[in-house]
Design a protein around this ligand. Sequence first.
Ligand SMILES: Nc1ncnc2c1ncn2[C@@H]1O[C@H](COP(=O)(O)OP(=O)(O)OP(=O)(O)O)[C@@H](O)[C@H]1O
Ligand SMILES: [Mg+2]
Length: 237
Amino acid sequence: MTGLDRKVWLRLEAICFSRGPRRVLDDVSLSFRPAELTLLVGANGSGKTTLLKIISGLLKPDQATLEYQSRQIGWRRLRNTLLTETCYLHQNPYLFDANVFDNISYGLKVMGAPGQLLRERTDLALETTSLQHLAQRHSSELSSGERQRVAIARAWALSPRLMLMDEPLANMDQAARHQCRLLIRQLQESGMGIILTSHEGRHKGLDITREIKLADGRLTQQSPLPSGSTVVPLRPV
Ligand SMILES: Nc1ncnc2c1ncn2[C@@H]1O[C@H](COP(=O)(O)OP(=O)(O)OP(=O)(O)O)[C@@H](O)[C@H]1O
Ligand SMILES: [Mg+2]
């Protein structure tokens, strides 16, 4: 990648989070650079979704040291930044009772984007995610893989710096997984940071920057991978 600032823009140190007496995250530290693809693996209940929700500003950590663009910052200020600069994608994304175009443009509308900008940005999102052919299709008439791609397109349209994808490849057939992996690589190449959770440790066809493993709320492994080590060229199916 050239011309992109690869400096750490977000650092979360020593995150702790409990639910009642149960410690769900225990002393978890992570930092983020643009265009990184982080694979977050862990068994059911290990804390993956909880961690993503904290990073996206949706859950407040009980304790953490926070740094944004190399400056310490309090949770209240960081939370507002995280809510606009990151985007959490649910495993089973909720789509509105409307067509694909309107679903993708919804966030832009809420942000008050003027009509022409909204149309141009939505068209670009459809093009980037290869979903033009579904633009007028109603959300109730989509497969689960298509729904996931529409949700990614909707998030992409808002230009987040970091996309947090919770098990995006689950429940997808081989062709849909392939499409989704291509899309993830495109997003990464555009400079977007991505975290992807998974039960599996192996992911072909993705340029994974590092793999993080959570077990019982603790980071047990954080391995930067040699550049290109996991790249498997994708061929059209
Ligand atoms: N709303 C909640 N109330 C109480 N406990 C919760 C809640 N959400 C999650 N937990 C608990 O927090 C722990 C971590 O849950 P989390 O959803 O983060 O795990 P996960 O790694 O995403 O699991 P999965 O692979 O099943 O999605 C689990 O023990 C879970 O039971
Ligand atoms: Mg989860």
